[in-house]
Design a protein around this ligand. Structure first.
Ligand SMILES: Cc1cc2nc3c(=O)[nH]c(=O)nc-3n(C[C@H](O)[C@H](O)[C@H](O)COP(=O)(O)OP(=O)(O)OC[C@H]3O[C@@H](n4cnc5c(N)ncnc54)[C@H](O)[C@@H]3O)c2cc1C
Length: 405
């Protein structure tokens, strides 16, 4: 879909059409219908639309979406497609291997119908890209690789691998932070490895989880078993299994029987035990934060701006709130692309970002320390509860920032 070497000007260009860039592009078509928008994506979007290919965002993972994300995705018009296929989270169960007791939080006890939904990423990708393909004011460039970014007096020039150039007044970098573009711009990133890797797979449970999201803390790391919609009439869950980096043997080296045994031991037969295990893929875990999220004519979003421990299920949820914040800001200030103006957007988003990052860190700290009684009680909220259960995040962040450390 990349067309020729002709230069073209956009009002807003987004680099990266993953979960975050594609959500922003679609939201901007709603709030700024007269702007010319360009979306540059390295993977082949036509394969994502046909469900025959994947991308770094739209792979075999599933995402736990909070209620606020659901509202945003409904506004984007893709809610009906997602909720028809997704599984609602009705309750959260947090436990620790080798310890008696568990924390149970049920949505209906809090006056809610559910805490959120678990949705396959590929489905979110198809929903977003389908809508984008129908939006007349957006130009989708895929597969193309952005190789250079040059600041200009009135914006930026984008250079592609094939030599084509495009001008834009506002540039949004939503490339996931691994393309090297941030480094080429000299934007420093604070990054810290957790020394762990998340292994994910779809598994079949013997009895199903009836809408419970299980989180289990083991000596090796945290695990989650999240409800998914049934597959061919059989109960299915999304497994996230964090293990030390370099774990030997890795889950991908084990036979299905060995995996079932290892998972049943660790998960304590949640869902009646594991009946079948799908293929595994893995992701190194690190926390990162870009030191600058705005510059003159530039905004950094998504994983490029901040990446968190994934077991907390907060990364995309937080970024979607950034997307909504930026879209609303630009709706009321349609040409506010200068640095002081963009800094106003940045400061509007700062509190939520700090709260989310500090609560994740505080909770991870509690799990790796001999925390006192109050901390132990708070940590029973678990990492999943942090995003999904209203009010917990603030309590934990405040505790973590105060005497809890
Ligand atoms: C195991 C795991 C489980 C997770 N579970 C949850 C969860 O339950 N809930 C939640 O909220 N979050 C979750 N997250 C976090 C969530 O996946 C991320 O927040 C999200 O993927 C970030 O999306 P992104 O669009 O910023 O980046 P990415 O997903 O990395 O997408 C970046 C896009 O940019 C494109 N790109 C890169 N370089 C270029 C270039 N030079 N030119 C053009 N295009 C380019 C890539 O092809 C890609 O499509 C999880 C993460 C992991 C690892």
């Amino acid at each position: 879909m990349a067309d020729g070497k002709a230069a073209q000007a956009f009002d807003i260009a987004i680099i990266g059409g993953g979960l975050v860039g594609a959500s922003l592009a679609l939201r901007l078509t709603q709030v700024l219908p007269s702007k010319r928008i360009g979306l540059f994506e390295k993977s082949d979007l036509s394969a994502i639309l046909r469900a025959t290919g994947s991308s770094p965002s739209f792979d075999q993972r599933s995402t736990a979406l909070s209620l606020s994300s659901e509202a945003i995705l409904d506004t984007l018009g893709i809610g009906p497609v997602l909720w028809a296929e997704a599984a609602p989270i009705l309750a959260v169960h947090v436990s620790e291997q080798g310890r008696w007791g568990a924390t149970r939080m049920q949505a209906r006890e809090q006056g809610l119908s559910h805490f959120g939904h678990v949705v396959p990423n590929a489905l979110i990708g198809q929903g977003l890209w389908q809508k984008l393909a129908e939006a007349p004011q957006i130009r989708l460039l895929s597969p193309v690789s952005v190789e250079s970014l040059q600041a200009r007096e009135t914006g930026w020039q984008i250079g592609l691998q094939d030599g084509a150039h495009f001008d834009t007044r506002l540039l949004v970098l939503a490339d996931g932070g691994r393309s090297g573009l941030l480094q080429r711009l000299g934007i420093a990133v604070e990054s810290q490895s957790y020394g762990q890797r998340a292994w994910i797979s779809n598994v079949e449970t013997r009895q199903g989880t009836a809408g419970w999201a299980y989180e289990r803390f083991t000596k090796d790391g945290a695990m989650a078993l999240l409800p998914l919609s049934d597959f061919e009439g059989r109960p299915r869950s999304a497994l996230v299994w964090t293990l030390p980096e370099g774990q030997d043997p890795a889950p991908s080296d084990l036979s299905e029987n060995q995996l079932i045994q290892a998972l049943d031991e660790r998960l304590g037969l949640r869902g009646g035990g594991i009946a079948r295990v799908g293929s595994f893929s893995s992701y190194p875990l690190s926390r990162s934060l870009a030191r600058e999220q705005v510059r003159q004519g530039l905004v950094v979003l998504g994983n490029a701006a901040h990446a968190l421990h994934p077991i907390a299920g907060q990364g995309f949820n937080l970024s979607l709130r950034d997307v909504e914040g930026l879209s609303r800001f630009l709706q009321s200030h349609p040409d506010a692309f200068r640095l002081p103006e963009l800094q106003a957007y940045e400061s509007e988003r700062q509190r939520d970002q700090l709260l989310t990052v500090s609560s994740t860190d505080a909770l991870l700290g509690f799990f790796h320390s001999n925390a006192g009684t109050a901390a132990r009680q708070l940590r029973q909220a678990g990492l999943i509860g942090l995003e999904l259960v209203p009010g917990i995040k603030k309590q934990i962040a405040e505790f973590g920032m105060g005497q809890g450390r």
